[in-house]
Design a protein around this ligand. Structure first.
Ligand code: TRP
Length: 340
């Protein structure tokens, strides 16, 4: 066996619903690679961050913590190799955040392109909650509290890593230290999966997701109802592959790339029907989802044990954050132990 690389990897999700196949190809697969490759992996269930845009729907967050964990375990995230923890069980993260807030300006937060577009999406304008605007700072806390140097994320999260590294450099420079570590992204190779309705984003609120927990019949129905090329009316008509969600999914899941290319050519020429392409996709998807579904169902039956695991690993993670916070506070001089 190859020795594991020493870097510390940390990533996380907001628990706001079950995970879908977009999460699977976009982030979970990368995490499976990472847990096989690196010595230290943290996977954070970011309930506090979820609160920043779901402040009035705490119940949804609460329920999703276990659902998301079932999804992780079902996909093969191994709690022996990846420390899965709940963000709010590490209060030190809040202390990191409050310290960092003094080194970030309001103007800087308003310039964050991801925050900007999320604010527009939610019509926040001047009514943006402070907690929401501040979430890039709390994300810097998440990353640095564990000395993580590698962060697997989608490209929408790059501004958060930039913000993290700015804080790191600022504090290191000002306090003449190297206590904080800069981080780098591990970018997902797969482009974002569109929704089954052709919308660019797969999202719960659009009701266009295929969930990892969907049963066979639901997956089948969803695939058969997928949006394809609207101009491909008769089988003989030439069809468009680019931007056609059925082919985008096949690109992400089909193990036989050369046969897929033949199918694409056939579709472009005309003579290949949508139903046939959808059947191919369904077969491939079911084969990939079957074992996940099976394992997930098993974990679902063991809610108590899973919760215990989460509490235990959160405790373990907390000790690391506590140590690192004590070091940071000592460097900054927010530490009065030696003054009497
Ligand atoms: N912002 C991330 C998301 O919405 C979740 C997240 C919170 C995260 N803290 C993190 C990701 C730290 C990576 C590192 O998906």
């Amino acid at each position: 066996m190859k020795p594991l690389k020493p870097e510390i990897v940390l990533t996380g999700d907001r628990p706001t619903g079950k995970l879908h196949i977009g999460h699977y190809v976009g982030s979970i697969k990368q995490r499976l690679i990472s847990q096989a490759e690196y010595q230290t992996n943290y996977l954070m269930i970011a309930d506090m961050q979820a609160l920043t845009d779901n402040a009035h729907d705490v119940e949804k967050i609460r329920e999703s913590v276990l659902e998301v964990t079932y999804d992780y375990l079902g996909c093969g995230i191994d709690p022996e190799k990846t420390t899965i923890f709940i963000q709010s069980l590490i209060p030190e993260l809040t202390e990191f955040t409050v310290i960092y807030m003094n080194y970030v300006t309001l103007a800087r937060l308003m310039r964050n392109p991801t925050v900007k577009s999320e604010m527009q999406l939610r019509d926040f304008g001047n009514t943006v909650p402070i907690g929401f605007l501040n979430y890039p700072v709390s994300q810097a806390a998440d990353i640095t509290a564990f000395n993580a140097t590698l962060v697997p994320v989608g490209d929408d999260q790059l501004p958060m890593l930039e913000q993290t590294n700015e804080i790191v450099r600022h504090i290191n420079f000002h306090f003449e230290t190297n206590i904080l570590k800069e981080c780098k992204p591990i970018l997902s190779q797969v482009t974002r999966l569109p929704g089954i309705d052709g919308n660019a984003k797969m999202s719960k609120s659009l009701n266009n997701c295929i969930y990892l927990s969907d049963d066979r019949e639901t997956v089948s129905k969803k695939v058969m109802s997928m949006y394809t090329d609207p101009n491909h009316l008769r089988v003989e008509d030439p069809g468009t592959v680019e931007g056609n969600p059925v082919f985008t999914y096949l690109d992400a899941f089909d193990p036989d790339k050369s046969e897929l290319e033949e199918w694409k050519d056939h579709y472009r020429r005309g003579g290949l029907g949508d139903v046939k392409v959808k059947r191919r996709l369904e077969k491939i998807l079911q084969a990939e989802l079957d074992p996940i579904r099976e394992r997930r169902a098993e974990y679902e039956g063991k809610a108590n044990q899973i919760m215990e695991m989460l509490l235990e690993s959160s405790k373990k993670a907390r000790i690391v954050a506590q140590e690192n916070l004590a070091k940071l506070k000592s460097v900054l001089g927010i530490d009065y132990q030696d003054m009497y």
